[in-house]
Design a protein around this ligand. Structure first.
Ligand code: KIV
Ligand code: NA
Length: 265
């Protein structure tokens, strides 16, 4: 695939090729992730935590999401860019949801949007899709509802919530979503959802029997070292690597080792 589209992702599911997705919030990171060959870059509202240091995803604004997304889009040549609609920008009514999605598409150049929830936001999703904007769904642990859940523990372990999740997943497919993220639910349930849907299902903490995986880039690089969920595989320990580099620089400055004769004019 030279350039990933929503159609390429459906083809991947049909061909049994797994979809790889990571987050990015800025130009430099997005450039590296895109060049590495990632299929989807998510400009997640996790930027609220990772970039801005908030405890939840709720405070990040639509303007801030557009700033992050436009930076990512400028770096991207192959990946499909999905942009999260932030809390408060779509829950009010379908008109405000459409307005927010249009702002993201127009002002950032992103290729699609992601919204958290099922039947509660069906009308908003329909209206955005009618405008020709591709929508990715997000079910299971939906962090914008953290104050409803109370904890970040696994969702849909009980039959009632699992049944609603399966119904919501089918609804999102029927509405016309091009893909669906499932966050932190039992692997067995995620498998069932992926098997019942023809659109790609991308998991985070949802096991291996789904059509693709997503992780927060700063987490998988080991830059955020206070966060240890079971589903997180760390590919680097960048926190330690970076600390070593910073300590080296500080010590070179203090000892007058930096700059040397070749590093001056
Ligand atoms: O904001 C985010 O990073 C996400 C992923 C965890 C799916 O929504
Ligand atoms: Na998100």
């Amino acid at each position: 695939y030279k350039k990933i589209t929503t159609k390429s992702l459906t083809d991947m599911k049909n061909n049994g090729e797994k979809i790889a997705m990571l987050t990015a919030y800025d130009y430099t990171m997005a450039k590296i992730v895109d060049n590495a060959g990632i299929d989807i870059i998510l400009v997640g509202d996790s930027a609220s935590n990772v970039m801005a240091g908030h405890e939840t995803t709720l405070p990040i604004t639509l303007d801030q999401m557009i700033y992050h997304a436009s930076s990512v889009v400028r770096a991207t040549s192959r990946s499909l860019v999905v942009v999260d609609l932030p809390f408060g920008s779509y829950q009010g009514n379908s008109k405000s949801a459409l307005d927010s999605a249009i702002r993201i598409m127009k002002e950032s150049g992103g290729h699609s949007v992601k919204l958290e929830g099922g039947s509660e936001i069906a009308e908003s999703i329909s209206r955005i899709l009618t405008a020709g904007i591709p929508v990715m769904g997000h079910l299971g642990l939906t962090p914008q509802s953290i104050y409803k859940f109370g904890t970040f523990t696994v969702r849909a372990k009980e039959e009632e919530e699992a049944k609603k999740l399966l119904e919501d997943a089918k609804l999102l497919e029927d509405l016309g979503c091009f893909a669906l993220v499932l966050e932190k639910i039992p692997a067995k349930l995620a498998k069932k959802v992926a098997e019942s849907l023809s659109i790609p299902v991308i998991g985070i903490g949802a096991g291996n029997d789904v059509d693709g995986q997503v992780l927060v880039t700063h987490d998988m690089l080991g830059m955020t070292h206070e966060f240890h969920p079971r589903f997180l595989r760390r590919y680097l320990d960048l926190y330690s690597e970076m600390t070593g580099a910073f300590e080296g620089y500080i010590s070179d400055v203090k000892s007058r080792d930096f700059p040397n004769e070749n590093e001056q004019y």
